[in-house]
Design a binder for this molecule. Structure first.
Ligand SMILES: [Zn+2]
Ligand SMILES: [Zn+2]
Length: 368
């Protein structure tokens, strides 16, 4: 339907059509690919037949499909999300470590903003893929949907800014090194330990990754299952490997998300939540600083875990918990900053509202 709507612009709104039709379609690169052939059958040949029209040539339809695929943004204000084209945003380049974040207004407008100051003369960028994925997933996704091989700063650095987000633990006894590909180009061939030089068979890497992916996806979402998964796969994967982190992300959101529930969470689970929230926040602020909804949510979870920890300390001892409350306030302030443009039709918009209430309450307590 999206393609038909765009094609109809030519008659209904020629000015808009002019802007639209001048956008990049990468038609030459797309032509002949599996996706292109599938689109040709399901859209290119289907539209003239179904609407019994000769108004649109197959070439024009396929170019329109290309423009939508290359420039479209998924807008989550409807269920299911719809695809929209934003003229100015279409000129932004991609990076897996971008400097612009995307938020949407209730009526589907796009807000682009910089969570961190951008140095003068730096190119503005957004992420066309998912910055939370590992390098190979991002590379494959970008090649498949946007037809290019990403060579951004993050992709070229196999350690991904020293986080070892794709790394395996070295299998040499007593070596604490990390096994990674020698370079982006050698992703499917040479993996070795940067400390002892130990080479590892790519089939071993692929086998573990396949199992880790398969086990994570259908995993019943309980805190204990996440803990078991992390313990098991940490035998091979680094503590900050993307699969381990995905399990940690689920875990911090499963432990006492509801404020009442948090009050009865056992001590060890509360400590785990505190530890992982801090670790994830630290990691993703480096790796994906524009994943604002995720970062804002971590800050909120961390702020509530610290507040709960403070409550327990105050009950048990006569210590003044002022510094802990200040820490809790720090993270709720950060949360508000990350989620500042989220509207209340999204979960994050509700978190923002609650965060503001909690911030005001914390400030009141702290001046008392
Ligand atoms: Zn990249
Ligand atoms: Zn080693």
């Amino acid at each position: 339907m999206g393609t038909v709507r765009c094609l109809l612009l030519a008659k209904k709104d020629p000015e808009k059509w002019k802007v639209f039709s001048e956008l990049e379609s990468l038609e030459k690169l797309r032509r002949g690919s599996m996706q292109w052939k599938a689109d040709l059958e399901s859209i290119g040949k289907f539209i003239p037949r179904f609407f019994k029209t000769t108004d649109f040539s197959e070439d024009l339809i396929m170019k329109t499909v290309g423009i939508l695929q290359i420039n479209g943004h998924e807008v989550p204000v409807t269920d299911p999300p719809h695809v929209a084209i934003f003229k100015n945003a279409s000129f932004l380049e991609h990076s897996c470590h971008p400097n612009l974040a995307k938020s949407f207004t209730k009526d589907g407008h796009l807000i682009l903003w910089a969570p961190k100051a951008i140095k003068r003369n730096t190119h503005l960028s957004i992420c066309y893929s998912d910055a939370v994925w590992g390098t190979q997933e991002r590379q494959q996704h970008l090649m498949h949907t946007k037809i290019f091989k990403c060579e951004c700063e993050r992709c070229l650095d196999v350690t991904e800014f020293g986080t070892n987000y794709d790394g395996f633990k070295c299998t040499t006894p007593d070596c604490i090194g990390v096994i990674l590909p020698s370079s982006l180009k050698e992703w499917n061939s040479k993996w070795r330990c940067s400390t002892c030089g130990n080479h590892v068979d790519i089939l071993f890497i692929k086998d573990i990754l396949e199992k880790a992916g398969k086990d994570l996806n259908p995993m019943t979402r309980t805190a204990d299952n996440c803990i078991k998964y992390i313990q098991n796969y940490q035998k091979w994967l680094t503590n900050r490997h993307f699969y381990i982190c995905q399990a940690k992300i689920q875990l911090v959101q499963l432990i006492g998300t509801d404020p009442k529930e948090l009050m009865t969470v056992p001590e060890d689970k509360l400590n785990l939540k505190l530890e992982y929230c801090k670790e994830l926040l630290d990691l993703y602020e480096k790796l994906a600083p524009c994943e604002i909804r995720m970062l804002g949510t971590f800050c909120f979870e961390l702020h509530s875990a610290i507040a709960e920890h403070t409550r327990r300390v105050a009950l048990k001892t006569s210590l003044s918990p002022k510094n802990m409350l200040e820490e809790s306030l720090l993270y709720v302030d950060k949360c508000i900053n990350y989620l500042q443009h989220e509207c209340d039709i999204f979960v994050e918009g509700h978190i923002l509202k609650q965060a503001k209430i909690n911030r005001d309450a914390l400030r009141m307590v702290l001046v008392m």
